[in-house]
Design a protein around this ligand. Sequence first.
Ligand SMILES: Cc1cc2nc3c(=O)[nH]c(=O)nc-3n(C[C@H](O)[C@H](O)[C@H](O)COP(=O)(O)OP(=O)(O)OC[C@H]3O[C@@H](n4cnc5c(N)ncnc54)[C@H](O)[C@@H]3O)c2cc1C
Length: 396
Amino acid sequence: MNYDVIVIGGGPAGCETARIIAEKGYQVLVAEEHRKIGEPMQCAGLVSPRTLKAAAMPDAIIINRIHGAFVHSPGGEVLYIRDKEPYALVIDRPEFDRNLSKRAQSAGAEILTGVRAEVGDFFPGVTGVKFKSSGGEFTAGARLLIGADGANSRVARRINTSAPHEVIRMCAAEVELKCSEKDMVHIFLGREIAPGWFGWVIPVDEKHARVGVGVSGGDKHSKYYFNRMLEAYPDIFKGVKILYSTGGVVPIGMFPGIYGERTLLVGDAACQTKPISGGGLYLGLLGAKLCAKVAAKALSKGNLSSEFLAEYQWLWEREMADEIQTALEHRRIFLSMSDKEIDTLIHFFNRPLWQSIISRYGDIDYPSWLAGRLSIARPWAERFFIAGFKKILNYC
Ligand SMILES: Cc1cc2nc3c(=O)[nH]c(=O)nc-3n(C[C@H](O)[C@H](O)[C@H](O)COP(=O)(O)OP(=O)(O)OC[C@H]3O[C@@H](n4cnc5c(N)ncnc54)[C@H](O)[C@@H]3O)c2cc1C
């Protein structure tokens, strides 16, 4: 069996890429190792309204609307931010994935579930892919291979792309929990609870929430920090009951090579995630659009060389490099702060002027818009000046 394109991974990035390429009349196969698209869910399902628009999703996918956040500093200060408009939406993530896969199918893509794909040998003009399922093994060939196989992408390793800048380990759960303000999320900061990242409570309704913690570095398993967070906030987590546990990893940074000979990467496999929140759905959809554009062009020209496919890297960097680099710079400063300094920062921002700036310019897809404004705030600005000064000294 030969295809124009084989996409490894039936997550949102893979299905969306497959849909756009199939709509152009190419033969596309998507291989997903899990039996059901969208399951198991390894996501908090919090997205911007923009993401649902980009994916043309029906409103029925929305489970809850979020208007604000309580940001808990390590020392107990709580920053309160609230807006009239919802700034984020809690979605039915499995249904989101299913919708994207159904659309890919309607566009003509073939979707195989319950098959694990492995990149095999390269032949002239065709890349072999081996598929393993409970029913046996078979192989197929493709003119172009797309690695949409998530955070632990083997396709990325196959084309020798460098390791991500950082990998965030997450422990999360869907829980029964009384959420007195169901349109407000809680964010927890501090090295004792979430070294290098943050913890969260995202209400689903008055009685259910998605709870989790991310860790970068830290000498213990993320589950340890998850339990610590629950213990540290007894008032918030009173009566919590875990319905099921989940988790996973999110790579962050900027890959220098999201393409190779007859190969493209998309979504988490291409590190298309936000360095401040770890969200990957919006960036994965953006990546899918650009990946599919370059793939279709390469197929029509019959040129699948890595030189030709390099346009994808260029398009991606033009779209997102500034945003990702700015976010990484802010993240670097955040990581260099002690818990005491974070307390000072949260205390500083907990005033009507800064609260209104945060709610006005805060955007979960483009945090640099807000970061630019906050960088003039004294505690943050001092860091910038020190960092800038050190850079100049190093340069001299
Ligand atoms: C705990 C947690 C919470 C998160 N919360 C949010 C959030 O609130 N908002 C947000 O925007 N993002 C969130 N993310 C990130 C988001 O889930 C990912 O960015 C998104 O799923 C990436 O989509 P993808 O299609 O690139 O990869 P995935 O969704 O990971 O899909 C990759 C698919 O490839 C399949 N696969 C892998 N290898 C093979 C193989 N060899 N053969 C066949 N199939 C294979 C996998 O089974 C998987 O289904 C979260 C992540 C985690 C871990």
